[in-house]
Design a protein around this ligand. Structure first.
Ligand code: SAM
Length: 246
């Protein structure tokens, strides 16, 4: 059987393509890509002529996945790339990896750029422990269901967001966590890369004057010691509320 390579591609700066990524894409039998048009551009920049280019995305993954696995079992080496960054992070790649592992296929990561970790290391917030959340769901109640249990998480939290939802998402974060410190990492690795560091309120005010543009990673500090102490003594709170009601 062949091998499934998970090949990282740049998240905005072509210089972040690795030598190994170029070689792997040149040597493999099949490249599976989220957006074949975008990948063709990348391949032509690095003078890579794919033997076969397949599309593998959210809407065809159920049919396309087993087919790609069959090609690998027949002896073809397949390289999976996403639109940007590491395949299988906030894209359908993870499903293909599961199928491959179930089929006993070797899975080889070819690491490189990733938006979440790039934002985390430059955020100024603790990096020792963190939770990657990715994109939040769209519905208010689903958002709350994701955020409420994260309130007590002491590690730094990482979210992905598009420019037109970043303000809304910050408002949800404030509602769930209070006015914590955040870093908004925008246009990472690109010419106009920007880090906005402040409290959620400060960032929301800034965004009112500077409409969000480009792609964002939102890095949120974890539960602070003071918050934890408050939570520890929170058992009496329902009582004090009851007092008011009475
Ligand atoms: N697989 C990618 C990775 O490894 O980072 C993530 C893909 S996800 C579909 C796209 C999201 O990643 C964007 O909405 C944004 O939140 C984040 N992102 C990707 N490129 C970015 C960049 N250059 N700067 C900031 N955020 C970025």
């Amino acid at each position: 059987s062949g091998v499934l390579y998970l090949v990282a591609t740049p998240i905005g700066n072509l210089e972040d393509m690795t030598f190994r990524a170029v070689r792997t894409l040149k040597e493999c039998d099949i490249i599976a890509a989220e957006d074949t048009r975008q990948t063709r551009k990348l391949l032509s920049h690095f003078d890579i002529s794919p033997k076969q280019l397949f599309s593998y995305h959210e809407h065809n993954k159920t049919a396309s996945g087993p087919e790609l696995i069959r090609y690998i079992i027949e002896g073809n080496n397949l390289a999976l790339v996403s639109d940007a960054g590491l395949p299988a992070i906030s894209d359908p790649g993870a499903d293909l990896v599961t199928l491959a592992v179930q089929a006993g296929i070797s899975v080889v990561p070819v690491p490189g750029a990733n938006a979440a970790l790039s934002a985390l290391i430059a955020s100024g917030l603790p990096t020792g422990k963190f939770t990657f959340v990715g994109f939040l769901p769209r519905e208010r109640k689903d958002i709350r269901a994701v955020l409420t249990p994260l309130r007590a998480s002491q590690g730094t939290l990482l979210f992905y967001e598009s420019p037109h939802r970043v303000g809304k998402t910050l408002a949800y974060l404030q509602e769930a966590f209070g006015n914590r410190r955040v870093t908004l990492a925008r246009e990472l690795t690109k010419r106009y890369e920007e880090f906005l560091r402040g409290t959620i309120e400060e960032c929301l005010e800034w965004l009112e004057e500077h409409p969000p543009m480009g792609e964002y990673v939102i890095v949120v500090e974890g539960e602070s010691r003071e918050e934890a102490q408050e939570a520890d003594s929170a058992w009496w709170r329902p009582l004090s509320i009851a007092e008011h009601v009475v």
